[in-house]
Structure formats: structure tokens, C-alpha cells
Design a protein around this ligand. Structure first.
Ligand SMILES: Cc1cc2nc3c(=O)[nH]c(=O)nc-3n(C[C@H](O)[C@H](O)[C@H](O)COP(=O)(O)OP(=O)(O)OC[C@H]3O[C@@H](n4cnc5c(N)ncnc54)[C@H](O)[C@@H]3O)c2cc1C
Length: 423
């Protein structure tokens, strides 16, 4: 019997289990997936939760329900991987042996990495929405916020869903406008980037949307510390921004066990070949989803496209054949813009988000880089697609590789950098 062990039963890990169980004979291969708990959170819903859109039971489901028969779910915290011995040690002493390992342990917000941030969160004066408890608390804070300075802050890139803080800002503008409080709330968007976003065309467009909504943009702000008592954000160059309500995106980092195992970079992301997702250091380890160091967005859509291509490559690799499916960094993401509208961006390693139309049978086309109602409905409808199709590894009519069909390629920026949005 050969052993495949998957670390992380989130978006990527669950899809991999579903896709591979039907392709690897059960009398030849065991599949074991490890996660620290049995609660799968639909993370895109965390953005809308502070604005009253969801209850937590609509966003959290048991992991087991989405895993196929013939996959063993082990609940435990991964402590260390020994890539030479091909073993995974769990906290508490259990050890799992593997022939092949898939690392899909994602990335997590780390408020402990910025002085004052974790203390501010504990004191209830700094907020975040990248965790379920954080998004739940923020809902109460927004309801109670009648007037003052709302600061939305990004600590450092990359973060998962790099557009989420912009979406939060647009939604906050609409939230306060719809309650007749917008003229009493001053909104500032603070980012370490030089503009609203990373890619030139999208950055100009999204920056223009901040202007239209009278949101002040504070670029190039590398945070040094937060003083929760004085309610001040302080940058490395000693700029100070006062807030009444701070919504921060903490530094995002891969799992700590990757550092302990000597597998991660300085943010605990695992170096891989950006086209095959095979570890650069170990021939028996693939890495999928947010846990990699690839220069693509950290997004569920990326995890989905990666998994689609990975399955064929993995089977070829087992047979000693070349891996012929090449991941192109494809990402797509709806961007909520408030008042029941949203934008869509679609891009890859080489092509930045462009305006145009995104063709999709039956429900499309969606509008690229422009606001529309159908895009917003697409974002809301995606939760159903996620639970019923995507996680279960069922086919979704979206190509894994990016297509230029419908895109206005003439709008492409001559100064586009080679790294895509999100890095
Ligand atoms: C607010 C928000 C909005 C988002 N919106 C979108 C969106 O609109 N579109 C989009 O495409 N993406 C969006 N995303 C991003 C998307 O949710 C992630 O990119 C996606 O879930 C990544 O999948 P993953 O499998 O790599 O990681 P995850 O789904 O996070 O899974 C990682 C798993 O590993 C487990 N794990 C980690 N460390 C250990 C350990 N030591 N031991 C045991 N288990 C461990 C975790 O418990 C977790 O279950 C959003 C994210 C957030 C936070």
C-alpha cells in the first residue's frame, strides 16, 4: 500500500482528496488528510459578515461532510515534517508516514507580528475580519460606530484575497451612507503599496473608486507599531495616523511547522516550481493553495485552478513521466463595491487585470474591471458553488488556464510589472 498524506483540509486540501480518491485505486493507495479541527470556514463570507450578510452557521460546515469515502481525516496539529524520513509528526506524539505529501496548510493572519496589534485586538479596540471571531466582533463594532475616523489598514503583502481590504472599504462607505451616517465618518485606506493595488490598470481604477467615495488613500505606509491606548498607527518613517475604529489586515504567514521543518521561506511559504507546484527541495512534496511562494494571488480561485492541473501532473509524476500541465498563475476574483454591485478581475502571471467581458455559459458574461449587478450576484452565488461543486471536486465551467477571450488587450499597460496582483 502506498501512502498519500495531505496536510490541511481547507479549500485546496479538500479538493485534492476528492479529485485523487477517484483516480488512485483504493487497494493500492491510502489517503490521509490532517487538520487541526473539523470546522471548514467559507472564508470569502467573512468579508460580508461584518455588514450583516451571514450567520456563522452559513459559513462553517464539518470538514468530514466534504471528504469522500476512503479518505481518513485525522484531527491534530502538525508539529513537524521530516522530508528525509518522509514522516509527519503531530503535536501529542503521533507520527504519519508518507510516500507523497501534499502541503495545503494555507496562510493565517498574525497580529502577534506587529507591536500593539494583538493587544489592541484583545482589548477590542483593533479589529480584523480574516477570522470568524474577528468578523463577528467587527459586526457589532460597525453597528455601534456612529461617527469618527475609520481606518482600514493593510500591514504587508502578500495577503490572501488581496482585494478584500478594498472591498471592505467600499462596503463600509455604502454601509454608512445607507444608514445616513456617511458624512460623520471619515474613511482612510492605509497601505504599504504605492497605490490602491499592485497592478497598474487595476490600481488606477480602484484608486479612482476610493476618490469617488471620498476615501483618503495613505500609500507607502510600512507600519512599525500600533498604540491602542492612544489609538494611533505609527509607520517606520514616524508618520502617525489616528483612528477611532481600526480595521487591520495583519501580516499573513504560512504555518509555523514549515519553518520548524526547514521547508519555508521567511514568511513560512514553501518554495515550489511555479508551473508544477512541486517542492524545489523535495521530489515527494507538492504544495497547493496559499502555502506556496508562487507570485500569484493567494485566493481560493488559484487553489482551484492549481488543483485541476495538479491531478494529471501528480499521476504522471508517479509514473516517472514528465509533468505536462503548466499552471499559469490564473486568478479571478469578484470585488464588492457596495450598493449591490461588484467588479470582476481575471489575470495570470503575465497578463494584468484588463477591462472587457468574462464569458460564462448560461449565467455570464460578467463585466471585467467595471461595476455591475450581475457580478455582485455572481459573488453571492459562489458560496453555493463552493460547497456543492468546488470542494467536492465536481466540474465547474471555468477554465483552469486564463483566456484572453473578451478581454480588451489593447488596454494593457506598457509598464506592467512581471509580478501579478497579490504579491
Ligand atoms: C476575508 C477573506 C475573503 C476572501 N475572499 C475570497 C474571494 O472572494 N475569492 C477567492 O478566490 N478567495 C478568497 N479568499 C481566500 C481563500 O479563502 C483562500 O485563498 C483559500 O481558502 C486558500 O485555500 P488553502 O487550502 O490554501 O488554505 P485554507 O483554506 O485556509 O486551508 C488551510 C487549512 O490548513 C489547516 N492548518 C494550518 N496549519 C495547520 C497545522 N499546523 N496543523 C493542522 N492543520 C493546519 C487549517 O486549519 C486550514 O483548514 C478570501 C479569504 C479571506 C480571509
Amino acid at each position: 500500500m502506498r501512502r498519500l498524506v495531505v496536510l490541511g483540509a481547507g479549500t485546496a486540501g479538500t479538493m485534492v482528496c476528492n479529485k485523487l480518491r477517484s483516480r488512485l485505486p483504493t487497494d493500492e493507495w491510502s489517503i490521509t488528510v490532517v487538520d487541526r479541527d473539523d470546522e471548514h470556514v467559507y472564508q470569502p463570507g467573512l468579508l460580508l459578515m461584518p455588514f450583516g450578510a451571514y450567520r456563522s452557521d452559513e459559513l462553517v460546515k464539518p470538514r468530514r461532510r466534504y471528504l469522500p469515502d476512503g479518505v481518513d481525516l485525522v484531527l491534530g496539529e502538525v508539529d513537524r515534517v521530516d522530508a528525509e524520513a518522509r514522516t509527519v509528526a503531530l503535536v501529542g506524539g503521533r507520527t504519519l508516514e508518507y510516500d507523497y505529501l501534499v502541503i495545503a496548510t494555507g496562510t493565517s493572519p498574525r497580529p502577534d507580528q506587529t507591536p500593539g496589534m494583538a493587544e489592541g485586538i484583545a482589548a477590542g479596540n483593533v479589529h480584523e475580519f480574516f477570522t470568524l471571531p474577528g468578523a463577528t466582533r467587527l459586526r457589532q463594532a460597525l453597528e455601534a460606530f456612529d461617527s469618527g475616523r475609520l481606518v482600514v489598514h493593510v500591514t504587508e503583502m502578500p495577503i490572501k484575497c488581496p482585494v478584500a481590504p478594498l472591498e471592505f472599504t467600499f462596503l463600509a462607505d455604502a454601509f454608512f451612507a445607507e444608514r445616513g451616517r456617511r458624512d460623520r465618518v471619515e474613511i482612510t485606506y492605509v497601505t504599504p503599496l504605492e497605490g490602491a493595488f499592485t497592478k497598474p490598470i487595476a490600481s488606477r481604477h480602484l484608486g479612482g473608486m476610493l476618490d469617488e467615495r471620498k476615501v483618503h488613500l495613505e500609500p507607502d505606509f510600512v507600519v512599525d507599531r500600533i498604540d491602542p491606548d492612544a489609538r494611533t498607527l505609527v509607520s517606520m518613517d514616524e508618520r502617525e495616523i489616528d483612528y477611532d475604529l481600526l480595521v487591520t489586515i495583519p501580516l499573513n504567514m504560512g504555518a509555523d511547522f514549515l519553518a520548524r521543518s526547514g521547508l519555508g521561506d521567511d514568511l513560512n511559504y514553501v518554495p515550489v516550481d511555479k508551473h508544477t507546484l512541486l517542492s524545489k527541495a523535495h521530489d515527494s512534496i507538492f504544495v497547493l493553495g496559499d502555502a506556496t511562494d508562487i507570485p500569484a494571488s493567494k485566493a481560493g480561485s488559484v487553489a482551484h485552478f492549481e488543483v485541476e492541473l495538479f491531478v494529471d501532473n501528480f499521476l504522471a509524476h508517479l509514473d516517472g513521466k514528465p509533468m505536462t500541465r503548466s499552471f499559469d498563475g490564473h486568478a479571478n476574483c469578484f470585488i464588492e463595491s457596495g450598493h449591490g454591485r461588484a467588479l470582476l478581475i481575471d489575470f495570470n502571471y503575465d497578463t494584468e487585470p484588463l477591462p472587457g467581458k468574462y464569458p460564462l455559459p448560461v449565467v455570464g458574461p460578467f463585466t471585467l474591471l467595471a461595476e455591475s449587478r450581475i457580478n455582485h450576484l455572481g459573488k453571492l452565488g459562489f458560496r453555493w458553488v463552493y460547497w456543492n461543486f468546488l470542494l467536492r471536486g465536481r466540474p465547474v465551467p471555468v477554465p483552469a488556464l486564463m483566456s484572453l477571450a473578451g478581454k480588451d488587450a489593447a488596454a494593457s499597460s506598457p509598464t506592467a510589472p512581471s509580478a501579478p496582483a497579490g504579491r
